[in-house]
Design a protein. Structure first.
Length: 259
């Protein structure tokens, strides 16, 4: 998807041991490194717990830092019977390669990996990608043998999914999953901080239909699109799986398809 993400500088303490590596990563992703926290807006800053997203103005709040293991612990109960698992063909254990084309904070990627899929996360918004990459690196470096699910979760890709998939070989992935961000809120209630900040950084995805077209060309079995429960589908799906606040539109693509 091609719309550029919102700017969020990276406050890097020049005396920190990670300063050089962080500056190199920021430069490679066109994120502005700064040595003084900005007075307004969102910015990245490394904390003891990991890379965090901070807000310089507005109500005082804790930074947003990702912990993939903790995230999975919150979501694994009932995951096998969840609408996500049913839509992606993971309600019963079966090997498959899944691409999360709009990985965001990695919430659905970690569940899919725990359910048994080999998962390739893609995130085009550079600050969000940095948060996800940092969380993935910390999960990979935990002492002891890594859990099976984290071994199935590939290093995130900082690329535009539509462009990347348009160059991929058809059939490379069994399932391609996408959760586009839309201008309209999913709930009438105020969204939680993580989703609100995510939306502020990434903005809406007006090119979601183009991503769907690219995904349908590449996916061997299905493309799954997470939508607002009452929204119009991006195209005519093969079938739909309803949840309370969202809906999963399933587009079957190949031979030997199971739903």
């Amino acid at each position: 998807m091609s719309e550029p993400s919102r700017a969020a500088p990276w406050y890097i303490d020049p005396a920190a041991p990670e300063a050089a590596a962080d500056r190199n990563l920021a430069s490679s992703l066109a994120i502005e490194p700064v040595e003084v926290p900005p007075p307004h807006g969102l910015y990245l800053k490394r904390e003891a717990a990991g890379l965090g997203l901070h807000r310089a103005d507005g109500p005082r709040t804790h930074p947003l830092t990702l912990d993939l293991s903790a995230l999975l612990a919150e979501r694994m109960r009932g995951a096998r019977q969840s609408p996500l698992a049913k839509a992606c063909g993971l309600a019963r254990p079966a090997p498959q390669h899944l691409c999360d084309a709009t990985a965001g904070l990695g919430r659905d990627s970690v569940v899919a990996a725990w359910l048994g899929a080999e998962v390739t996360p893609i995130e085009r918004c550079a600050p969000i990608y940095c948060l996800l990459l940092d969380a993935w690196q910390r999960a990979q470096s935990l002492s002891g043998a890594p859990s099976a699910w984290i071994q199935r979760l590939a290093r995130p890709e900082p690329v535009d999914a539509t462009t990347w998939l348009s160059q991929a070989v058809p059939g490379r992935f069994d399932t391609i999953y996408m959760d586009p961000m839309f201008a309209a809120a999913r709930r009438k209630a105020r969204p939680q901080k993580a989703l609100a900040w995510l939306g502020e950084l990434a903005g809406p995805d007006p090119d979601a239909a183009a991503l769907l077209a690219a995904a349908r060309r590449v996916a061997a079995t299905r493309v799954v699109v997470k939508q607002h429960a009452r929204s119009q589908p991006l195209a005519t799906p093969s079938h739909q799986i309803q949840a309370k606040a969202v809906r999963f539109d399933v587009y079957l693509t190949g031979l030997g398809v199971s739903s």
